[in-house]
Design a protein around this ligand. Structure first.
Ligand code: NDP
Ligand code: 5RP
Length: 465
């Protein structure tokens, strides 16, 4: 009998199946069309893998309680796959969904399958195809007792950091997919921040791609160390074989997205938290898609002189480095604040230090900073915002001037740096004891009798203006 079945042999499913077979033992595989099963068989010979072309033989080949790992396109496909499995399953069997499913769908599926006596485990997976094969970060949630039955498999296939798996039980319902969703939001913002640093170095300091690659490589040896930094440096040195140009210059500047960043922003609006940096990164992807309009607008609309003139490049490179690190801190502060609020509102009891540890290896946003984040939440379980932990407070106080200079220079020279900008606005907004909201309240009361609170006494008040 096989200890687990993988349903879905696309990019991720095929690699996860190989990972499971290499590290865990016997794995059954199935894909709803035979093509991917055939190509998997042609590509891999692994004695631990048993391919099935019929759904019932796939299911019947599994040890009970059956453990089925779905790695299919997110959305309606997951529902239709679950519907096809239901007649073949017994009470106590476990379905895991490893796709980037919306956590609201996962909450619904969890409740629906529970009523049928089945367990549903949301498993956020990060690491791309290489991670899936060699060790991804895994974010599982659902019933803890069900998780304990699959933990030996998941924790073995996950990335390992300092002998610990980047996988641990996160909470109830679809919280695992929620954690993965915000992970992706952070991923969007981190990518955009790195892109803004790159644009500043290239378009304002006039450095070439190889110089920037070397700078990013150097930064990657310090506090900015991360997988995304590492791959950006590698991307910059990659040359297109057809044109001999830097690959990055050959790629059309329109970015796609599958939706997880947008969901993160939508959820921030739903639960009422400030998520300006991730949201800007989503908006920039939208804006990037109107390439044709942007090309016309460049001819039609005025901007300032884009040249910085004679400047000390070394000094500016260091300012950009500090601005990038500060942007990262602000992004994580917002993302982890969102986790905290969601955990309270949805009653999930998410452990923020544990989430940061899971992100430490295998996943796309893995980075040195995550150790510091984990420490900050471990040292103070009540910490509301990373900004107030000693390590990050110190960094912000030291780097706020740098990001200010970079943002101002971007504005002065007409270079849009939305995530740097949003980071600084969040920082300045958060550290202001006095906001402008008293004026907003006065305006609301003036036109709508919405009432306001006073600074000098308790209660709700209304003025006849
Ligand atoms: N690629 C990545 O880096 C990551 C992807 N993910 C998530 O993992 C999931 C899978 O992604 P990935 O492997 O990249 O995607 P692929 O497009 O490579 O694979 C999709 C899989 O879903 C199957 N599928 C599609 N429609 C149906 C259907 N109607 N019924 C049954 N099966 C169906 C496909 O089978 P067929 O081809 O035969 O139609 C295929 O096996 C997605 O949710 C994705 O968001 C998560 C982390 C990283
Ligand atoms: O989950 C992932 C990485 O963590 C997937 O690669 C996802 O597709 C990335 O998001 P998008 O396609 O929207 O850029």
């Amino acid at each position: 009998m096989n200890s687990i079945g993988v349903f879905g042999l696309g990019v991720m499913g095929a690699n996860l199946a190989m990972n499971m077979a290499n590290k865990n033992g016997k794995v059954a595989i199935y894909n709803y069309t035979s093509d991917l099963t055939d190509s998997f068989q042609a590509k891999h010979q692994n004695k631990n893998i048993e391919a099935h072309y019929q759904l019932d033989s796939f299911i019947n080949s599994l040890e009970k309680p059956r453990k089925i790992f779905l790695m299919v396109t997110a959305g309606q496909v997951v529902d239709s796959v679950i519907a096809s499995l239901l007649p073949l399953l017994d009470q106590g069997d476990i379905i895991m969904d490893g796709g980037n499913s919306n956590f609201l769908d996962s909450n619904r599926r969890y409740g629906y399958l529970k009523k049928k006596g089945l367990h549903f485990i949301s498993v956020g997976v990060s690491g791309g195809e290489k991670g899936a094969l060699n060790g991804p970060a895994l974010m599982p949630s659902g019933d803890k007792e069900a998780y304990q039955q699959v933990a030996p498999i998941l924790e073995k296939i996950a990335a390992q950091v300092d002998g610990k798996p980047c996988c641990s039980y996160l909470g109830k319902e679809g919280s695992g997919h929620y954690v993965k969703m915000v992970h992706n939001g952070i991923e969007y913002a981190d990518m955009q921040l790195i892109t803004e640093a790159y644009q500043f170095l290239r378009e304002r300091l006039k450095l070439d791609v190889n110089q920037i690659a070397a700078i990013f490589e150097e930064w990657n040896n310090g506090e900015l160390e991360s997988y995304l930094m590492e791959i950006t440096s590698a991307i910059l040195t990659h040359v297109d074989e057809e044109t001999n140009l830097p690959m990055v210059d050959v790629i059309l500047d329109k970015s796609a997205q599958k939706g997880t960043g947008k969901w993160t922003s939508q959820n921030a609006l739903d639960i009422g938290v400030s998520l300006s940096i991730i949201t800007e990164s989503v908006f920039m992807r939208f804006l990037s898609t109107v390439k044709e309009e942007r090309m016309i607008a460049e001819q039609e609309l005025n901007g300032p002189n884009p040249f910085m003139g004679a400047v000390n490049k070394k000094e500016w490179i260091e300012l950009v480095r500090q601005a990038l690190f500060m942007g990262k801190i602000c992004t994580y502060a917002q993302g982890f604040y969102q986790y905290k609020q969601a955990s309270e509102q949805y009653k999930w009891e998410l452990q923020l230090d544990e989430i940061a540890l899971i992100f430490g290896g295998g996943c796309i946003i893995r980075a040195g900073i995550l150790n510091e984040i984990s420490n900050a939440f471990k040292e103070n379980k009540e910490l509301s915002n990373l900004f107030l932990s000693p390590y990050f407070k110190d960094k912000l106080n030291n780097y706020q001037e740098a990001i200010r200079k970079v943002v101002i220079k971007g504005m002065e020279t007409g270079l849009a740096l939305p995530c740097f900008n949003a980071s600084l606005i969040y920082y300045d907004g958060y550290r202001s004891a006095k906001s402008g909201a008293n004026m907003i309240q006065a305006q609301r009361d003036y036109f709508g009798a919405h009432t306001y609170q006073r600074v000098d006494k308790e209660g709700d008040f209304h003025t006849i203006w």
